[in-house]
Design a protein. Structure first.
Length: 173
């Protein structure tokens, strides 16, 4: 589907032409276990990406090494509190991790640029909702206006990034 024909309605439409993949596939076809198992997969992947051994993470968090090993590699439960402490220790984005696991059912999605962009957009949307709840002036906008504003914002972001990269290459030359 050409870019100009994409609208929020066509992107989320359940039926798509044969041979085309949906733009937003919100769940992997074979989810990798329960949410807790997926969080463990995500944490183990991040440990590997950062080159940190689970034993060293346990030391940094003042946990016993066998306890953390049993949680991350075996069947002991991963509590929400411990999960969030691990996210903090590894510098992981809580919202992106939760969207990857709870919404997308794919811990590998955490590393994808598209998930990063969607998460940051959702964070700004949340802040706008919070601002409205605190009594700011509300303006009634049509969905088309909101979608056009978001499209223009992304176009500006991409053109700015391109200029920064060109300037960086010019300085390196």
């Amino acid at each position: 589907m050409p870019h100009r024909n994409l609208t929020p309605e066509t992107v989320f439409k359940p039926s798509s032409p044969p041979g085309s993949e949906p733009v937003f596939a919100f769940a992997s076809p074979n989810p990798g276990g329960c949410e807790q198992d997926q969080y463990k997969q995500l944490i183990n992947a991040e440990l590997a990406r950062q080159g940190i051994l689970p034993a060293h993470l346990a030391d940094r968090m003042c946990l016993s090494r066998p306890k953390l090993h049993k949680i991350l590699k075996q069947t002991n439960p991963l509590t929400d509190d411990l999960r969030d402490r691990i996210f903090d220790e590894l510098g992981m984005d809580h919202v992106r991790a939760k969207i990857s696991v709870a919404l997308l059912h794919d811990p590998r999605a955490y590393a994808e640029q598209s998930v990063f962009l969607a998460t940051e957009s959702l964070k700004s949307f949340y802040l706008e909702v919070l601002t409205c709840r605190r009594g700011s002036i509300e303006v009634d906008l049509r969905p088309a206006v909101i979608h056009e504003a978001a499209r223009r914002a992304y176009d500006l972001l991409l053109s700015h990034q391109e200029r920064v990269m060109q300037n960086s290459q010019t300085l390196q030359a």
